[in-house]
Design a binder for this molecule. Structure first.
Ligand code: FE2
Ligand code: FE2
Length: 349
């Protein structure tokens, strides 16, 4: 386990009473902590993990993390209000507590999901649950057990959507400003479930596509970060490697007994296009899995509307237009019928 800080632990009240620009010795790397939105935390409940705040000791000093609530402490309203007053929207949890974070969110989600209508806070709980259960699953060599909480969360969403408990606007409010693989995957999963529910497709299809949305880019975790985060244009050889990620994902998941077979095939086909000019197999539409056309469209849409460091995020309108005009070698890149239905769905919000 990572020892976070050798200095005495500050009491929560002390944090409330002083300037948050406290001085701390060690500078931790960002990846040692996971960010959690304040809304995902429930008042009056003991925390099963410690909470840290990100602080800057002074100009040019870099960022450090300071312990602000210990594991077992209860989150109280004044603490939350003080942070909101300071414009702090996220707290941080050591990465080593990831399983506890998933269990905490899971417990609360199960209680909240039974409510008649989901509130924005319920939806934040749901989104964070999906985000962290995916993160936990991708870190584990045993996807079988660790993918179970994500599957359960998707089932809850499908049930809630089918009984109209989730206002459509909440689905769109889900999209984050910052881009990570997890964000993208969660967005595609939720969009997929929402879209197929809107089209009144069977529950099993919703689950197959939702899980595929969550896992479609799992193959990227096996590609060098030097290629994934390269700021300059990729060389043809690097493109070649990058384009292997659907096959790598397929290989990672194909022996996973807990996933629907369709999900695994969708992971392989998520970059296939309607005119047969996609990759890795260049399959024409009629040879693709019937749900592949939805996944390829939604993942392209989400990729365009998310913020990237090298370009502004596109508005939904511009993204839809780009998708409509995108051509493969032999015709429209996306199924025009599916695109038309997707525009109808977006018009609801
Ligand atoms: Fe991909
Ligand atoms: Fe993707």
């Amino acid at each position: 386990m990572v020892r976070m800080d050798a200095t005495p632990l500050p009491l929560p009240q002390k944090i409330l009473d002083r300037d948050l620009k406290v001085r701390k010795r060690p500078v931790q790397e960002d990846r040692a902590f996971i960010p959690l939105p304040l809304e995902a935390l429930l008042e009056g409940e003991p925390l099963t993990f410690p909470l840290y705040l990100k602080v800057t000791p002074g100009p040019g000093c870099g960022v450090t993390y300071t312990l602000s609530l210990e594991q077992g402490a209860e989150l109280c309203r004044p603490w939350r209000e003080k942070l909101q007053e300071l414009g702090i929207t996220r707290v941080y949890v050591p990465e080593t507590f990831l399983p506890q974070v998933v269990a905490y969110l899971n417990n609360h989600l199960l209680v909240r999901a039974a409510e008649e209508e989901w509130s924005p806070q319920d939806f934040v709980l749901f989104r964070e649950h999906l985000h962290f259960s995916l993160r936990l699953a991708l870190q584990s060599p045993q996807l079988d057990q660790t993918a179970a909480p994500a599957k359960q969360a998707l089932q809850l969403l499908i049930t809630a959507l089918k009984r109209d408990a989730v206002p459509w606007k909440l689905i769109w409010d889900l999209l984050y400003q910052d881009y990570t693989l997890y964000t993208h995957s969660v967005n595609v999963a939720v969009l997929g479930v929402a879209f197929l529910t809107f089209l009144r497709l069977p529950r099993q299809d919703c689950l197959t596509l939702g899980l595929a949305g969550l896992l479609h880019d799992v193959g990227l975790t096996r590609i060098s970060p030097d290629i994934l985060h390269k700021p300059e244009p990729l060389t043809p050889e690097e493109w070649e490697l990058l384009r292997k990620h659907p096959c790598l994902g397929y290989r990672l998941l194909k022996s996973n007994a807990s996933l629907p077979l369709g999900t695994v095939r969708l992971v392989l086909e998520h970059h296939e296009l309607a005119d047969g000019s996609g990759y890795p197999q260049g399959l024409p539409l009629q040879k693709q899995h019937p749900l592949s056309r939805y996944l390829s469209l939604l993942e392209a849409y989400d990729g365009m509307t998310l913020y990237r460091p090298y370009r502004p995020r596109l508005s939904p309108f511009t993204a839809l237009n780009t998708l409509r005009e995108r051509r493969g070698r032999h015709g429209s890149a996306y199924d025009p019928q599916v695109l038309k239905k997707f525009i109808e769905l977006l018009a609801l919000t």
